[in-house]
Design a protein around this ligand. Structure first.
Ligand code: IPE
Ligand code: IPE
Ligand code: MG
Length: 239
C-alpha cells in the first residue's frame, strides 16, 4: 500500500456529525438518525483500500456526549453493542483491523468486552485500520496520558530531561497510529469538538454540509482526491 506515487491521505479521521438533524428533518426521533448513521460506516470503510486510505478513525461518542438525555445515551450505548455484534464478521472478513480509543472506564463492562473481542478477532488484519473513538475526548486523552507519564517519572522509569514532543504521543490512546492527514467533519459545523487535538496539529480539514447519514462513497472519494492537490508545508516554505 505504500505506493510513492500515491498523494492521497494515508490516515483520514471523520467527525460523524448530523445524525440528530437528519432524523429531525424526517420527523423521527434522534436515535433513528444514529441507526442510519451507523449503517453508513461500512461503505466508507470499504472505500478506503480503493483510494489508498490505510487508516480511518471515526468519532462515535465524545466524553461530552454524556450530557445528552438518558434516552439518547442509553440508545447509543445499545446501538454500539448491537453494531459490534452485527458487524464483527463482515469487518473481519473484509480485512479490517478494529481498534477503539477513548476512556473505557465509564463504559458498560458488557460493551467493553465486545470491544476487546472485536480487537482480538481482527488483530491479524491489515487491509484497513479502523479506529473507533468511543467515550473519547482529546483533552481527556492528554490528561490520562500525562497521568501515566507522571507515574513513570515518579517510579524512576522516565527522566524528566528526556521528555520531549516524541514522548507524550507514546502515552496517547493512538500510540500505534500515524497522525491524521485529513480530518473531515460533516453537518456544516466548523469546529473540532475535542477530537484528536494533539494528533491533528498539521492535518488538513474539510468541513462539509452533508449530514453523516447521507455521506457516501463518491463524496468521500472526492474529498480524498482534493487532498492530493493541497500543498502541506509543516511550517516550512514551498519546496
Ligand atoms: C453525531 O450526530 C453523533 C453523535 C454525536 C453521537 P449528532 O447526534 O451530534 O447530530 P446533530 O449534530 O444533533 O444533528
Ligand atoms: C462531536 O459531535 C462528537 C461526535 C461526532 C461523536 P457533537 O455533535 O457532539 O459536537 P458539538 O456538540 O456540536 O460540538
Ligand atoms: Mg452534533
Amino acid at each position: 500500500m505504500s505506493n510513492p506515487a500515491h498523494t492521497g491521505p494515508r490516515h483520514v479521521a471523520i467527525i460523524m456529525d448530523g445524525n440528530g438533524r437528519w432524523a429531525t428533518q424526517r420527523g423521527r426521533p434522534r436515535l433513528f438518525g444514529h441507526h442510519a448513521g451507523a449503517r453508513r460506516v461500512r461503505e466508507i470503510v470499504e472505500t478506503c483500500p480503493d483510494i489508498g486510505v490505510e487508516y480511518l478513525t471515526i468519532f462515535a461518542f465524545s466524553t461530552e456526549n454524556w450530557k445528552r438525555t438518558q434516552v439518547e445515551v442509553a440508545g447509543l450505548m445499545s446501538l454500539f453493542r448491537r453494531y459490534i455484534t452485527k458487524e464483527a464478521r463482515a469487518l473481519s472478513a473484509f480485512g479490517v483491523r478494529v481498534r477503539f480509543i477513548g476512556d473505557r472506564v465509564r463504559l458498560d463492562p458488557k460493551l467493553v468486552s465486545l470491544m476487546d473481542e472485536l480487537e482480538l478477532l481482527t488483530s491479524e488484519n491489515t487491509k484497513v485500520h479502523l479506529t473507533i473513538a468511543l467515550n473519547y475526548g482529546g483533552r481527556d486523552e492528554v490528561a490520562r496520558a500525562t497521568k501515566r507519564l507522571a507515574e513513570d517519572v515518579a517510579a524512576g522509569r522516565l527522566d524528566p530531561d528526556d521528555v520531549d514532543e516524541e514522548t507524550l504521543p507514546k502515552y496517547l490512546d493512538t500510540y500505534v497510529l500515524p497522525d491524521p492527514d485529513l480530518v473531515i467533519r460533516t453537518s456544516g459545523e466548523a469546529r473540532i469538538s475535542n477530537f484528536l487535538l494533539w494528533q491533528s496539529a498539521y492535518a488538513e480539514y474539510e468541513f462539509i454540509d452533508t449530514l453523516w447519514p447521507d455521506f457516501a462513497r463518491a463524496e468521500f472519494t472526492a474529498l480524498c482526491a482534493n487532498y492530493g492537490g493541497r500543498e502541506r508545508r509543516f511550517g516550512g516554505v514551498k519546496a
